[in-house]
Write a protein that binds this ligand. Structure first.
Ligand code: ZN
Length: 262
């Protein structure tokens, strides 16, 4: 082989290596036993197998931190489509409102194949959503389920004002027990009281966490085996910051909420 050709091949090989190193999709995170995958790396069976519920929660927290800092992970979404086309290994499921400001993939800086999302006004769970979450964790392996409410929620404002409208009426009624659980403090109990609205939204998240744990022996089983964590959270739509509730113990979560009559 002529020296020039050999040099050209070497240069091309180096370029390929450099390209693979630069690409988030191709990044290697071997040697980080127990650590979270590199942000932006596509989820694989091997990466998923090393993620604990605690690591999964941390990955969401760090994704929200990147979103807030404007430092999104480098990823090629189209390449991720190709890499996940024959299998997905998500690490989390998120239940959120349909609100345009509450898109989980955006505010947690996640790509294709990373998280399952279930979205419905007021982020309430029902049998269909609980069944979907059971699939997400028991079958597909998601290690954490986040039920995320948000500030200034239109659905919550709706029940606070006793709105009746078509099919929305029945959905809003599912928020009434959370509204009724918020203690009287002398301030108006309607949508003009932003603090009241947000307290109802937070009470609703607690209530939905309890509902999920109560209605799903499958998910409770995964939690008791240490394979899953269920976490409540609130998104501040004025800042984009997600605050996770600190109590992740399912027995305590249910006991506390029973005492609040949620
Ligand atoms: Zn909402």
């Amino acid at each position: 082989m002529k020296p020039f050709v050999r040099a050209l091949i070497s240069a091309m090989a180096l370029a390929v290596v450099a390209c693979a190193t630069d690409s988030a999709v191709g990044r290697s995170d071997h040697g980080q036993q127990g650590a979270a995958p590199v942000p932006g790396a596509v989820m694989t069976r091997e990466r998923q197998s090393r993620i604990t519920p605690e690591i999964a929660l941390k990955m969401l927290q760090e994704g929200n931190d990147r979103f807030l800092a404007g430092k999104l992970a480098k990823r090629d979404l189209h390449e991720q489509v190709k890499m996940t086309g024959h299998g997905q290994f998500p690490f989390a499921s998120v239940v959120s409102c349909i609100d345009s400001r509450a898109a989980p993939e955006v505010i947690f800086d996640q790509g294709v194949g990373d998280i399952f999302t279930a979205r419905v006004a007021g982020n309430v769970v029902n049998r269909d959503i609980i069944g979907s979450l059971e699939y997400g964790s028991k079958v597909a392996g998601a290690r954490v389920i986040v039920i995320m409410g948000h500030t200034h929620c239109g659905a919550v404002k709706g029940i606070c004002d006793n709105v009746k409208m078509g099919n929305l009426t029945d959905l809003l009624e599912k928020l009434r027990p959370a509204m009724d659980s918020v203690p009287e403090d002398g301030t108006p109990r309607n949508s003009k009281n932003a603090s009241f609205v947000d307290r109802v939204a937070e009470a609703n998240v607690h209530r939905q966490v309890r509902q999920l744990l109560s209605d799903s022996p499958v998910l409770r089983g995964l939690v008791s085996e240490g394979k899953l964590m269920v976490v409540g959270a609130m998104l501040d739509v004025e800042t984009g910051r997600v605050t996770f509730f600190e109590n992740h113990d399912p027995a305590e979560q249910m006991a506390v909420h029973d005492s609040l009559h949620l």
